[in-house]
Ligand binder design. Structure first.
Ligand code: PHE
Length: 330
């Protein structure tokens, strides 16, 4: 009896105590086998034996219950301690995402033109020769095709080298008047501080009846656009050449890094080239079957805008996926 009670008190965990319970009170336990002895005990002794056994059983049950309470309380204490929550601790801050500077710049450009009622058009990145070159007055073997080092597919398809094929697709799909921009991804075989093989452009095209769209209209909208994007800058139109516009111009803004005094970024000219534009060449209208219309077009590189607006020195860093660059744009 002493020994049995000792077993109960010795149990240090609920599991140990459960083992003791089975040993003592279980179907094949000590008590059960003691009670089983009753059948072999003769008449008068039986009662005393049974009474003694029952007394022991009650005593054992009582010390079992007491030990159970102690261990249970210890267990609850342990769980509470291990799950304790310090509500005064700082939480772990969730990482906040940011728009990639190229997309943020693209959105700004799109917003400007959408506010002026330009439709946003798109076209495929895998183009054919007709839409990317031929219809844009760049016939086969035209030397101007060398301006754009192209990724070709074996079947003659190509990755579009500019967003200008969207001009052609839109003109073929709709009728004038047209007032559209085409933001999109373009590809060229170029890789250095200011070029990546994949980059983004926004194209613009406005077409209306003959005589209704002039170079003056083009100048006015681009000057306002560039002032909106870059703030207080000078804008200069410089004669240039594109096969699909005539006359053509490249547009510069006064250097925003040195206030046009001359620095490394503007190659000490005081000017930064930011886009190409012109009056749509009659051969383009011929290619899409348009008659008696006039129009202007422009195209710009979004990465270049992002670089200038955020003073990012190496254009390639925009595509390295380094989180430390993105963290600066939260
Ligand atoms: N497509 C030209 C380029 O990629 C840009 C451009 C578009 C120029 C429209 C004039 C008019 O360089």
């Amino acid at each position: 009896m002493k020994e049995l009670e000792e077993n109960i008190v010795q149990a240090k965990t609920l599991e140990d105590l459960e083992k003791v319970r089975i040993e003592l009170f279980g179907k094949k336990g000590v008590l059960a086998s003691e009670f089983a002895k009753m059948k072999d005990i003769a008449g008068p002794d039986k009662k005393a034996f049974a009474q003694g056994l029952n007394k022991n059983k009650v005593a054992l049950q009582a010390s079992f219950d007491a030990q159970y309470e102690v261990l249970k309380a210890q267990e609850i204490e342990r769980v509470l301690k291990s799950e304790a929550l310090d509500v005064s601790l700082y939480g772990t801050l969730a990482q906040k995402g940011a728009l990639h500077p190229v997309m943020e710049t693209m959105d700004k450009i799109i917003d400007y033109f959408v506010a002026l009622n330009f439709a946003v058009e798109s076209g495929p990145m895998v183009e054919d020769d007709f839409h990317n070159f031929e219809a844009l007055n760049l016939p086969k073997f035209h030397p101007a095709r060398d301006m754009q080092d192209t990724f070709y597919f074996k079947d003659g398809g190509l990755l579009r080298t500019h967003t200008s094929p969207v001009q052609i697709r839109t003109m073929l799909q709709s009728k004038p008047p047209i007032r559209m921009i085409a933001p999109g991804t373009v590809f060229r075989r170029d890789f250095d501080v200011t070029h990546t093989p994949m980059f983004h452009q926004v194209e613009g095209l406005v077409i209306d009846a003959k005589g209704k769209v002039s170079f003056a209209n083009l100048k006015a909208i681009l000057i306002d656009f560039l002032e909106t994007m870059f703030g207080d800058v000078e804008v200069r139109f410089r004669p240039s050449f594109f096969p699909f516009t005539e006359p053509s111009a490249e547009v510069d803004i006064s250097c925003i890094f040195c206030e046009a005094k001359g620095c490394r970024i503007c190659s000490h000219t005081g000017w930064l080239e930011v886009l190409g534009c012109g009056i749509v060449d009659p051969n383009v209208f011929k290619a899409v079957g348009y008659e008696d219309v006039s129009g202007y077009a422009f195209g710009l590189g979004v990465e270049r805008f992002a670089m200038l607006m955020h003073k990012i020195p190496d254009l390639r860093s925009l595509f390295e996926g380094d989180i430390r660059l993105l963290e600066q744009f939260r």
